[in-house]
Design a protein around this ligand. Sequence first.
Ligand code: NDP
Length: 442
Amino acid sequence: MTYVQDVYNQVVERNPHEPEFHQAVKEVLDSLEPVLDRHPEYQKAGILERLVEPERQIIFRVPWVDDTGKVQVNRGFRVQFNSAVGPYKGGLRFHPSVYLGIIKFLGFEQIFKNSLTGLPIGGGKGGSDFDPKGKSDNEVMRFCQSFMNELYRHISADIDVPAGDIGVGAREIGYLYGQYKKLTGLSHGVLTGKGLTYGGSLVRKEATGYGLVYFVEEMIREKGRSFSGSTVVISGSGNVAIYAAEKASQMGAKVVAMSDSTGYIYDQNGIDLQAVKLIKEVQRGRIKDYLNHHPEAEYGEGSIWNIRCDIALPCATQNELNEEDAKTLIANGCFAVAEGANMPCTPEAVHLFIGNKVMFGPGKAANAGGVATSALEMSQNSMRLPWSFEEVDTRLHTIMVNIYKEISRAAEEYGFKDNLVVGANIAGFTKVAEAMMAQGIV
Ligand code: NDP
């Protein structure tokens, strides 16, 4: 049995009932054999065994009182996975599907993603099984305050800096930050994704979606393609999806479909993004409400990937695009797929894309623009100086182009030309491994 297989088997044995975590670990470890052959010192130093074990896992009770006066109890998590490169950094997810295995898969991915940004940030992730859907603003506020009543003792600007993710947007970050400040008296960059009036960065809201499109533009340009004139399908209609759609449209693409967890809308004239923003960012409604604005559009509840497109951008959630979907996309002539969400494509789907020469951008590279801009928010907070929109956007663009170049170079160097999955894993891993080697067995 190889070193890699041995470590993977240990992960499955020691972390039972966490299939998403196993999937994320397998995907990375499968790429690393050639690196470990070249660097036998990594095995000697137990790099993989240490990498798959979080430095710290915190699980806590989150009690709060709902609007009817009833006591509710949710479970909170923060997994501080790896701090070799810098303070733990990674979002908080509030969704009923959250359990330890989801937070660990996200935290593990985050280590390599953060390493790829070239900025000094380690990997972490957190969240709760709380569902903000259908809750009043006051209920969300009380939940966030209770969540922070425990979390504050584990985070700080130089220790661990959480941000948003599914179910955690500007409103939740505001309530979390307010409670942190109340408890500690500190006004510093302990959370990112803050509002612009209290230390947030311009472009952070747009960053993951914009960064995704910058990355894809670079990836497809190499093969003589462009967003200009292309038809695009984007799943989800949250933070990542909306701003991916905005930037793709600005670059001349036609985005014809978007979705939420209930269904999708198809508008052959191109999605009216102002309507989607109103429905999702202001009214907190369902994507079906789009028909009230555009009755000529179509609404469906099957797979959004049945819609023909040149470029597919899954931006909703993990394992939302499976083998069947991949076959359909390929048959319909889709030439590029990039993950705005974390691990949205199943391993079988990824395998099909790569085997059929569909250009494929893995999430840990393609959606790194969000965390990269969070790190830029941390820099501005430390300097106590805000940058202009153009300044942050230019830096984001440079970071995404560099990520593409670095992972395609790593893929080629190890004999996997054009396989960006392998390239991202190797490039992300190498920096973390070197930092861990330098710091001794800790
Ligand atoms: P949001 O909460 O803003 O939006 C999530 C979107 O995905 C909504 O449209 C939601 O629909 C849909 N969705 C969520 N769960 C499911 C599900 N189980 N099935 C189908 N659709 C679902 O989250 P974000 O846009 O921030 O995050 C989306 C993805 O991008 C996640 O994988 C996240 O980890 C990843 N990501 C986010 C970053 C960020 O900066 N925000 C950075 C990097 C990655 P509904 O409203 O019906 O639930």
